[in-house]
Write a protein of this length. Structure first.
Length: 485
């Protein structure tokens, strides 16, 4: 097919919608906010899932599956935290022609589904820690502009729900999981993230505190919450009466966490790495890491070229590299080059008559188009090295670009100027919610309001006497601010 008709740096929104479709990740669906995840996207989800699932199993966390449907009584049990979310809850009201006696909610998240059973299953301290996870879909009937992967009415996620006897155990797990989320982004998707804590205003209202990995999209100058790991404190234990008899034989409430990452991760990766030729997939999450394209020439030994492609693909596959050959005879090599570039395959290998004669192949990187002739004898090692190099350079380039979008400010004027330049702003803050609300109100503009993204765990020195950029009061901590998704 033809190339993209939108350029990333000219109209980003249209570019994004086009590239996820042309790259065969997404097919639009006839219900707004719902998207078809095609195999090219599903394979990325599965690679991340394989990593994360293995890691949580090492932590003795067990997978389970709770029903999709939530009875209204249970959902309302948690009125304070869902009051803000209520409009997003989708309800089943009929079956066939007849109305249901009582409407049933579709899970937007599973706290209220699971915790009545946590209460039933947890009796004594020997029942703790209880650590469950489920891989499932959730539905949130959002109305703001739907975007493939980034904001959809149904999405895939994992949700972890754990209960401990002590706060210390819960605090530790929150950070263990957050580190896994950082690894998903930085080691698999090659996307740099900032670990931090959400403000009281931005945290999960039903919880105690929220930690997050924040990503950033330079093209739009918007931050995006990459994944969250909440400590729920004893809030839900109180609400759902989840008690246990501790070692002093006292009745105590459990300490709980909940944590999730979603298919939004794929959208962030596309936004960060994609270019005007299409998707750019980091090798670690590419279902096809190397695509072989035969370049037959007139009467030159076409069969020999095809056989060489097949043989080298097998050699690479045996070495654990995800390689395929595109031997279709109804497409030209040139068509195949742009097709696989559109799909973001990290490495293309061409074999033409000359390559065949010299017992070599020509490798072409997707990230920087660099070409390299490789003797077939060294293929496995050189391809492994190339893929590792592509992975690292994608991360390095994204980090450099993200760091260039961070502006440290001390005053309101500097803050507003940096926002106008689509930056993510690091500013000293008095940590007062009223001030945070005021900044939101004062920055409401066509680009959308600016909010706190997180207070970074790694923060610069805050010299004595530093004042808050917005209120002039004594600053208590640094915080990242920005427009966000
Ligand atoms: O993030 C997580 C991690 C996984 C488990 N759930 C927590 C918190 C979810 C917060 N939330 C988010 N949207 C909602 C939408 C409708 C009803 C309830 C909710 C809701 O509770």
């Amino acid at each position: 097919g033809l190339g993209l008709s939108n350029k990333k740096d000219e109209n980003f929104g249209e570019w994004y919608s086009e590239v996820v479709v042309s790259g065969e990740m997404i097919e639009y669906y006839d219900i707004s906010g719902c998207y078809i995840l095609r195999p090219w996207a599903m394979a990325i989800w599965e690679i991340m899932q394989e990593f994360f699932d293995a890691e949580i199993k090492k932590m003795k966390i067990k997978n389970c599956y709770f029903p999709l449907f939530v009875s209204p009584g249970v959902l309302q049990r948690e009125k304070d935290h869902i009051e803000g979310f209520a409009p997003e809850v989708a309800w089943v009201t009929k079956s066939g022609e007849s109305d249901l006696e009582v409407p049933i909610a579709i899970r937007p998240t599973s706290e209220t589904v699971m915790y009545p059973y946590f209460s039933k299953w947890i009796r004594g301290h020997r029942d703790l820690p209880l650590r469950l996870n489920q891989w499932c879909n959730v539905v949130r009937w959002e109305f703001s502009n739907p975007t493939p992967f980034i904001r959809s009415r149904e999405f895939l996620w994992q949700e972890g729900h754990t209960a401990f006897a002590t706060k210390e155990e819960a605090d530790a797990e929150v950070l263990d999981i957050l580190e896994l989320y950082r690894r998903i982004y930085e080691e698999y998707l090659a996307v740099p993230v900032i670990k931090g804590k959400k403000s009281e205003l931005e945290k999960f209202a039903g919880g105690f505190y929220t930690t997050t990995v924040e990503a950033f999209v330079p093209n739009t100058g918007r931050g995006i919450q990459g994944a969250t790991s909440h400590c729920l404190g004893q809030n839900f234990a109180k609400m759902f009466e989840i008690y246990f008899e501790n070692e002093k034989r006292e009745k105590a409430m459990v300490w709980q966490n909940s944590w999730a990452y979603t298919t939004r991760t794929i959208g962030v990766m596309v936004m960060v790495h994609g270019d005007d030729k299409g998707l750019v997939l980091p090798p670690k999450v590419a279902s096809v890491q190397v695509i072989f394209v035969p370049v037959p020439y007139k009467d030159a030994n076409t069969q020999g070229i095809f056989d060489a492609c097949t043989a080298t693909v097998n050699t690479l596959c045996e070495a654990g590299i995800r390689a395929e050959a595109d031997l279709r005879d109804n497409y030209s090599p040139g068509w195949k080059y742009s097709h696989w570039e559109m799909k973001g395959v990290p490495l293309r290998i061409e074999i033409g008559p000359k390559d065949l004669a010299n017992n070599q192949v020509r490798a072409v990187r997707r990230d920087n188009s660099a070409k390299k002739d490789i003797p077939r004898a060294d293929l496995v090692e050189q391809v492994k090295e190339l893929l590792a190099n592509i992975q690292q350079s994608l991360f390095d380039a994204a980090k450099q670009k993200r760091d260039a979008c961070i502006q440290v400010v001390k005053t309101w004027d500097e803050f507003v100027e940096a926002l106008g330049q689509k930056k993510m702003v690091l500013a000293p803050w008095c940590d007062e919610e009223e001030v945070e609300k005021e900044v939101k109100a004062r920055t409401k503009g066509e680009m959308g309001a600016c909010k706190t993204l997180c207070s970074p765990f790694e923060e610069p020195e805050l010299p004595e006497g530093t004042i808050c950029f917005a209120s002039g009061k004594p600053a208590k901590r640094w915080s990242y601010w920005g427009r966000s998704y």
